[in-house]
Design a protein around this ligand. Sequence first.
Ligand code: BV8
Ligand code: ZN
Length: 252
Amino acid sequence: MAPIEPDPALVDAVRSAQRVVVFSGAGMSAESGVPTFRDALTGLWERFDPMELATPEAWARDPALVWAWYEWRAALVRRVRPNAGHVALADWARATDLTVVTQNVDDLHERAGSTVAAHLHGSLFAPRCSACARPAELDDVRFAGPGHEPAERITPPACVACGAPVRPGTVWFGEDLPAESWRVAVGAAENCDLMVVVGTSGVVYPAAELPVRAVRAGATVVEINPDPTDLTAAVTHSWRATAARALPALAA
Ligand code: BV8
Ligand code: ZN
C-alpha cells in the first residue's frame, strides 16, 4: 500500500523542527511482525483478551498463564527485527534533537540504535521479583534461553533473593506508570516543537494525554497511522501511512 503523500505543510513542519518527540505505540512494531496490542493475538493466545491478561488480577489468579503469555511475546520479539521505521528514527536522531517516548514493551527501538527516553508501559525484558522488586537476570528466566516450546502455562521463575515469583516488567492495567518515565515523557511533550505520534490508537491513559499536552504547549503534532484514531481530531496533521513507509520519508 503506497502511503498517501503527506500534506506539504506537514513536511514543512518536520523540516523546520528543532526539538522533536516521537511517541510510539504498538503499530510502530507491526511491520516487524509483532501483533499490535488490540489485534487478535495469534495461535495459542487467540482466544485470550490482552486487556484481561495484562492485569494484576490475572496474575493473582493464574501467574503461570500470564508468565507463559509474556514468555511467548518476548520469544516472538527476540525472533523479529526492527523495521525501516525504527531505523529511520535512529538515523533522524543523529541529525536532530529527537526524543523517543514509547508505550511499547519490545526493544526494537533500542535494537535499531535509538535511545528510548521513556518506556511508559515497561518492558518485556525487565522482569522483576513480585515481592522484593529485585530485577531478575534475563538468564534466570527461560524466555532469554534457546527456543522453548510455546506452552499455555509456565511456572514463573523464583526470585533468587527471596524466592517469590518473578513477574513481567510491564505496567498492567490498573497499575501506575513508572513515575520517572511519566515525568520525562510529560517534560518532553511540553517542550518540543514537533511531536510525531506513530502507531497508537490513543485509547490507553494517561499515555494518550501526551499529544494533547504537546498541542496545548504549542507544538505541531503529526499522527502517522493507516487508520483514524481517538487522537486524530486533536492533532495538527494526520497522515494515513504506515510507520515503515512514512518515517523514512520524514527523516530523510
Ligand atoms: C493508570 C503493558 C493510574 C502490558 C499496557 C479502570 C481501572 C483502572 C484503570 C483504568 C480504568 N479505566 C481506565 C483506566 C485507565 C487505564 C486505561 O487507559 N484503560 C483504557 C483501555 C480504557 N490505564 C491504566 O490502567 C494505566 N494506569 O491509569 O494508573 C490508576 C491506577 C489505579 C487505578 C486507576 C488509575 C496503565 C495502562 C498501561 C497498560 N499496559 N502495556 C502489556 O503490554 O502486556 S498498554 C498496551 O496498550 C500496550 O503497551 C500498547 O502500547 C498500549 C496502547 O495500545 P497501542 O499502542 O495504541 O496499540 P493498539 O493495538 O491499541 O493500536 C495500534 C495502532 O497502530 C492502531 O491505531 C493501528 O491503526 C496502528 N497501526 C497498525 N499497523 C500500523 C499502525 N500504525 C503505523 N504503522 C503500522 N504498520
Ligand atoms: Zn524477591
